[in-house]
Write a protein of this length. Structure first.
Length: 347
């Protein structure tokens, strides 16, 4: 144990003890080649650092995949809405096209009717023209002429009735022809207006259908791009997880090796066996000239300072000496408390 009053002679004896133990092959010399700051420990630290970096990368990739999945789900919802809207617009377009076809069919029928009415009107007008010519060329019959030329009362009544009916038929033909012409013209105008309106509506709906189709294609393209990006991120994530698993296995294996080496180096002691062998030869020694005693050569002040209950370390059981030695050793950070640690190359 390190202390200011330890004599140079005692230190030389310890050095000779170490040399003797090494010479006879006690085995602690081989154990002493596992220093606290060994390459294996550095490898463990390096692997731990790499493992932390891999896990950080894995978390970032997982977050990226999650974000891309959220975006894809949103786009999928938008695509569904757009597809529904497109189906509705296409249905409306089909309905308008059916309506337009019906209007066009009615318009064709009305045009044919108009042609027939115009033809009938032409015939009626030709009859009227002939009647007018006949009226100018001959004196129109009047009531007096009919009465004078009649062969009796019955004949007179027949002549007057015929004259009246002829005029009435003439007026009826003229009126009917005028009504037919007006009806045909009105129908033609109305149907032409309907055709123009339906054509305009159809064009608007068709434009909407094209716009909706364009939006749908854009969304599907965006969705495909995001899915490609997500696939790439998933591949990276799987590769990262595989590498993380490899690093974890390497670290576990190295830690197991270090633990095995530590078990071999410490044996049944709380500090490396090589230091114990150098300090006390593995014996529960009584106080030396400096007052150091026990397996670990505690000075009385150190023993009391670490919480020892007995006056000296050698008076305590090994388990208590082990406990306080481990506390003082502090995972190797307290190696400087033993001069032998430097002698055997530990610490």
């Amino acid at each position: 144990m390190n202390h200011s009053r330890q004599s140079a002679r005692h230190l030389r004896l310890r050095i000779r003890l170490v040399a003797g133990l090494l010479a006879v092959g006690t085995g602690f010399g081989a154990l002493a080649v596992v220093p606290h700051s060994s390459g294996a420990t550095q490898s463990v630290n390096g692997l731990s650092s790499q493992l932390q970096n891999q896990r950080a990368t894995e978390r970032k990739l997982a977050a990226s995949v999650s974000g891309l999945s959220t975006l894809i789900d949103r786009l999928s919802g938008q695509v569904v809405v757009i597809e529904r809207h497109r189906a509705a617009v296409e249905s409306e377009l089909s309905s308008d096209q059916v309506t337009l076809a019906g209007v066009q069919s009615k318009l064709t029928a009305e045009r044919a009717l108009r042609v027939r009415l115009i033809a009938r009107l032409g015939r009626a007008m030709r009859i009227l023209d002939a009647q007018l010519v006949a009226t100018y060329e001959t004196d129109p019959p009047d009531v007096i002429s009919v009465v004078l030329k009649a062969h009796g009362f019955a004949d007179m009544l027949d002549q007057l009735t015929f004259l009246r009916d002829a005029k009435q038929r003439q007026q009826d033909v003229i009126a009917a022809t005028r009504r037919a012409k007006a009806t045909a013209v009105a129908a033609t105008r109305k149907l032409a207006s309907l055709e123009s309106h339906d054509q305009a509506v159809t064009e608007v709906v068709a434009a909407q259908a094209r716009a909706v189709t364009g939006i749908s294609v854009l969304l599907e393209s965006r969705q495909a791009t995001l899915e490609t990006a997500r696939s790439a991120r998933l591949a990276e994530l799987h590769a990262t997880r595989a590498k993380t698993g490899d690093l974890q296995r390497q670290l576990t294996r190295l830690q197991a090796e270090l633990a095995s080496q530590a078990d071999q180096a410490y044996g049944s002691w709380a500090i490396p066996a090589a230091i114990v062998m150098c300090e006390s030869g593995g014996q529960n020694l009584p106080p030396n000239s400096a007052g150091a005693s026990g397996y670990y050569q505690f000075l009385p002040s150190t023993w009391k300072g670490e919480g020892g209950d007995t006056p000296a370390a050698y008076l305590a059981p090994k388990s208590e000496q082990d406990r306080l030695a481990a506390k003082l050793w502090n995972g190797g950070r307290g190696a400087s408390n033993w001069d032998c640690a430097a002698i055997v190359g530990i610490g």
